[in-house]
Design a protein around this ligand. Structure first.
Ligand code: AMP
Ligand code: MG
Length: 654
């Protein structure tokens, strides 16, 4: 029985200390899963009768025995004549045998009434039932009419020729499907052939999904400051459906204990399982795990798993029903769901464990890892000269794309502190039909790139663009791991872009220019209508003015440092890694000015003072120049359509 809701107060302080203990006892992934399964199973999954049309993807819970023979009667396999084979023993091209027609024509669904006696034949269609006396069928092509009600046959026939005997496909009493079989279109076909309209299948577990967090807004609604869209809700709902559950998304609940508790109680009353996300760490406002203890026994079985991503995962069983709190970060949520929850869900749905396809791929760069946790690294696959290469996603567990754009993941063992570059690692694929891309672009990302690759995608080419920055891209190009590396690297010595950075085996393909300049909020008198130098002077003169910088190594950073000289104004150490982050900081009043590119400033509706053009070019791996996809990219780059689209977006094609 579950306990009644408790008022907050002293009591909740005590409970906090209990939770603290649970979170400190971090279990290994395997122990956590074992405890979870021990608390849940054995449990006979409830079953139900479903019509064939609704049974797709369900698991059968009982063997199905064929109730009839299929075909139910002896049946002709070709259009022709039902005959007695003995009559045709001597038939040949030169000595045809003449048979008298019975006058009956057996179409499908017609019951023959006249027997085939010696010396006679009955015209029969494919699928027609064999008449009494006949033991073979002669193809119509091997006969010709021979006057009134007679026919000549030019071939001998063996007994049974072109006849399918009753029960030869499926015999009555035969085990058609075994319990546990997953119903697909082929299984449905067999059942339909036997006349079975309904089958007993495991009832799809009803799984309620709740997101938690004050900051969450459902897609389609406007986003206010400090809010984010609820991504876990939709992802988890879809992943449940993909794995045999019947998902019910119940929305996002604020971090309010009483509200959350009543939502969780309601969800558990109507469903077999509850999956929440967020609120499982020890941060302020993380309350979901505190509620679980009151929802039924045994309650939390694991809170804190030595898993990365996914350490705050919380697994509970409340009166026989699994309750899971996934970490809030989308990639952690998706990964832990995939790794720890899917096996349990499939078992509840009566489905066999998912069989994951695996490939071996080489790691191009060293991957650091924190010892003490089994670390799973999302990777993108590309085809190298000597086999597959697995690029780790650099975006971390807070990024939705880490998971969504990865092809699979690799595992770094609990005790290891790294996976060295060059390791041949086993990669588990998210889907068995991963398609290795036709064109691989590794380096700095620019929204202009999407405009150039659009026609390739329309032509059916798979383009993979991996954003790891100019220097990372250049290194990948030197190792021959990509076709192109988009770069925008300024060389101070020569005061030129990109060309000085090329190595043997690489050539420069000019891309486009991006105007860089100062961004500010429209109407800000310190910047509006000023030259760059005057604007910077005004900013430095105002102690309340905050800037946003760029990371070391960015071409933009060099421009900023030149403008600032020795000055280190407030905000100098805020050094985001992208043009968009600079615009967001200014638009959201966290900073008053920074340097970004014109299209990004325009998109954020900010004021802009142009300073200098940055060259965004492509380092092409010469050895790959003749590849069809590379040619297609070069053609697209030069095409009037791409150039117009780039210009329209605020870039200046080279
Ligand atoms: P929490 O575990 O609630 O502290 O959440 C950790 C991080 O994940 C925070 O940045 C949350 O904003 C984020 N997060 C939590 N739930 C969701 C969700 N449903 N969709 C997207 N992000 C989320
Ligand atoms: Mg939260």
């Amino acid at each position: 029985m579950s306990n009644p809701p408790q008022p907050k107060g002293r009591d909740s302080i005590d409970r906090d200390s209990i939770d603290q203990d649970q979170f400190l006892t971090v279990l290994s992934r395997e122990d956590a899963l074992a405890r979870f399964e021990a608390a849940l199973f054995p449990q006979a999954p409830p079953s139900e009768m479903r019509s064939l049309a609704d049974a797709l993807g369900c698991a059968l819970v009982q063997d199905v025995v064929a109730p009839i023979d299929v075909p139910p009667f002896d049946r002709a396999n070709v259009d022709g004549l039902a005959v007695r084979s003995a009559d045709l023993a001597s038939a040949s091209e030169t000595a045809p045998v003449r048979l008298t027609l019975t006058g009956e024509a057996i179409a499908c669904g017609v019951v023959p009434l006249k027997p085939v006696l010696s010396g006679t034949a009955t015209s029969i269609a494919t699928g027609g039932p064999m008449p009494r006396g006949a033991d073979a069928v002669v193809m119509v092509e091997h006969s010709q009419p021979a006057g009134h009600r007679a026919i000549e046959v030019r071939r001998a026939a063996s007994p049974g020729q072109y006849v399918s005997y009753a029960g030869s496909d499926i015999a009555r009493g035969e085990a058609l499907l075994r319990a546990g079989a997953v119903i697909g279109s082929r299984e449905i076909g067999m059942l339909a052939a036997c006349g079975i309209a309904e089958i007993p299948v495991a009832r799809r577990p009803r799984v309620a999904v709740l997101s938690t967090g004050d900051e969450l807004v459902q897609p389609g609604q406007p986003l206010r400051p400090a809010e984010i869209y609820d991504t876990n809700g939709t992802i988890v709902t879809a992943a449940i459906t993909e794995n045999g559950g019947e998902a019910r998304f119940l929305g996002a609940i604020p971090d309010d204990e009483p509200q959350l508790e009543s939502a969780m109680r309601e969800a558990l009353a109507d469903n077999d399982m509850l999956v929440l996300s967020g609120g499982t760490s020890k941060g302020a406002g993380d309350v979901s795990h505190r509620v679980i203890a009151r929802l039924g026994s045994p309650g939390i079985v694991a809170h804190g798993v030595a898993l990365k991503p996914g350490k705050p995962l919380c697994l509970a069983v409340c009166d026989g029903k699994p309750v899971i709190i996934l970490p809030g970060f989308p990639t952690s949520a998706m990964f832990t769901f995939h790794d720890m929850i899917v096996p349990v869900l499939r078992r509840m749905a009566g489905l066999p464990p998912r069989s994951d396809a695996k490939v071996t791929a080489k790691i191009p760069v060293r991957i650091a890892s924190e010892p003490g946790r089994a670390e799973f690294v999302m990777v993108s696959l590309v085809e190298g000269d000597a086999g597959l290469i697995a690029y780790p996603s650099g975006k971390g567990s807070g990024a939705i794309t880490s998971f969504a754009q990865a092809d699979g993941f690799l595992r770094i063992d609990t005790l290891a502190d790294q996976m060295p570059a060059g390791t041949e690692a086993e990669v588990t694929l998210f889907t068995p039909h991963v398609r290795v891309p036709d064109l691989v672009i590794v380096g700095s990302h620019c929204t202009g790139l999407d405009l150039v690759t659009a026609p390739l995608a329309r032509a059916g080419l798979v383009v993979r663009s991996i954003a790891i920055g100019s220097l990372g891209g250049l290194a990948a190009a030197k190792r021959g791991e990509c076709d192109f590396a988009p770069i925008h690297l300024f060389d101070e010595k020569t005061a030129t872009y990109n060309a000085p950075y090329l190595a043997d085996g690489l050539e420069l393909v000019p891309g486009w220019r991006r105007m860089q300049g100062i961004v500010f909020r429209k109407g800000d008198k310190r910047f509006e209508g000023m030259s760059v130098q005057d604007a910077v002077r005004a900013a430095l003169a105002d102690p309340a003015c905050i800037m946003v910088n760029r990371n070391q190594g960015a071409g933009t950073r060099i421009l900023i440092d030149r403008l600032l000289g020795e000055a280190r104004p407030d905000g100098y150490w805020n050094q985001p890694r992208s043009h968009n982050a600079v615009a967001a900081a200014v638009a959201q009043h966290r900073a008053d000015w920074g340097m970004t590119i014109a299209p990004v400033a325009d998109a954020a509706n900010l004021g802009f003072i142009p300073l200098a053009e940055e060259h965004y070019d492509f380092a092409l791996v010469t050895a790959r120049k003749q590849r069809a996809a590379v040619r297609a990219f070069l053609d697209a780059l030069a095409s009037p359509e791409s150039r117009a689209a780039l210009t329209q977006a605020g870039f200046r094609p080279a």
